[in-house]
Design a protein around this ligand. Structure first.
Ligand SMILES: [Zn+2]
Length: 50
């Protein structure tokens, strides 16, 4: 899944959200920010596009 303008670091980047065996994972396609996320509340989803 991709989320527009949801990056907690650069604020403008598109976040790619992935779930696998190791858990939930987000990465910013613009600035490269990435983080394992086991909580929905770790970042705010503004625009869901897929
Ligand atoms: Zn970013």
């Amino acid at each position: 899944m991709l989320y527009l303008s949801s990056c907690p670091k650069c604020k403008k980047g598109t976040i790619e959200y992935t779930e696998d065996k190791q858990g939930k994972y987000i990465q910013c396609l613009m600035c490269g920010y990435n983080k394992n996320s086991n909580s929905k509340d770790t970042f705010k989803i503004k625009s869901k596009i897929s």
